[in-house]
Ligand binder design. Structure first.
Ligand SMILES: [Fe+2]
Ligand SMILES: [Fe+2]
Length: 238
């Protein structure tokens, strides 16, 4: 396959484990993923052939990471998977990370004021993500499952595209907050002399970033386009 001509989002849809290469190179496959790899590399001053080589090496040695092509799954399977794996992860990780971030800010914040801002940014992101996933679980995903089961009655005044637009906007905000956290946390590289709590916080935040990028990718690029297309098909039949 020609990696450089394929969009970054498509490359991850086919093989979610490829997201690790993009995370490593700082390539956004999430909210900004709808562009061909070649163009993205040119913009970032990266050698596209080198990145394509990394993807090829990853594909040849694939086995690590998630390998399911979710574009082949049904809307309901995908919504169930996202709730179970990614929402489940957030429910467990956010409170645990909050305790770490608060402790590190308390102990080291006087000497490292960026850790205080990191704590504030994290607490705001946590509240946003919790409200966000409730909206998905209570409003948007049930609508997607109704469409999938053909139980939805298409209504031009109540289309799935409306909550999707709100949710996609919130994904962009989460992406900005995650980028700010990375900046405040020095790219998640532990500084010399960082204590174990600090290191655990950095590991945990890096994991949060990885999981949330993949999570948003599955929603923005797979689940929502499928639900929107299925709703249009249903409407066309009536
Ligand atoms: Fe979600
Ligand atoms: Fe979401």
């Amino acid at each position: 396959m020609v990696y450089t001509e394929t969009t970054v989002a498509r490359l991850v849809t086919e093989r979610p484990g490829r997201s690790r290469v993009f995370e490593k190179m700082g390539i956004d496959y999430c909210c900004g993923g709808d562009r061909p790899l070649g163009g993205v590399c040119a913009e970032k001053g990266l050698d596209a052939e080198v990145v394509a080589g990394m993807l090829e090496a990853y594909d040849l040695g694939a086995g690590a990471g998630e390998q399911v092509d979710w574009s082949q799954a049904s809307i309901t399977e995908l919504a169930d998977h996202i709730e179970e794996v990614h929402h489940g992860y957030l429910r467990e990780a956010l409170p645990r990370l909050e305790r770490l971030v608060e402790r590190v800010a308390q102990v080291h914040g006087a000497e490292h004021p960026e850790l205080v801002e990191l704590c504030e940014t994290f607490v705001a992101l946590k509240a946003d993500l919790e409200a966000h996933q409730l909206k998905e679980e209570r409003v948007l995903f049930p609508m997607c499952r109704e469409i999938d089961g053909e139980r939805a009655r298409p209504d031009p005044y109540r289309t799935v595209n409306d909550p999707i637009a709100v949710i996609v906007g919130e994904h962009e905000e989460a992406g900005v907050a995650l980028a700010r956290l990375r900046e405040l946390a020095g790219d998640y590289e532990p500084p010399a002399g960082a204590c174990n709590t600090w290191r655990a916080m950095l590991d945990g935040l890096a994991e949060l970033e990885r999981d949330t990028h993949l999570h948003i990718h599955k929603e923005n690029h797979i689940l929502f386009p499928k639900a929107s297309a299925a709703e249009a098909t249903l409407a066309g039949r009536q």
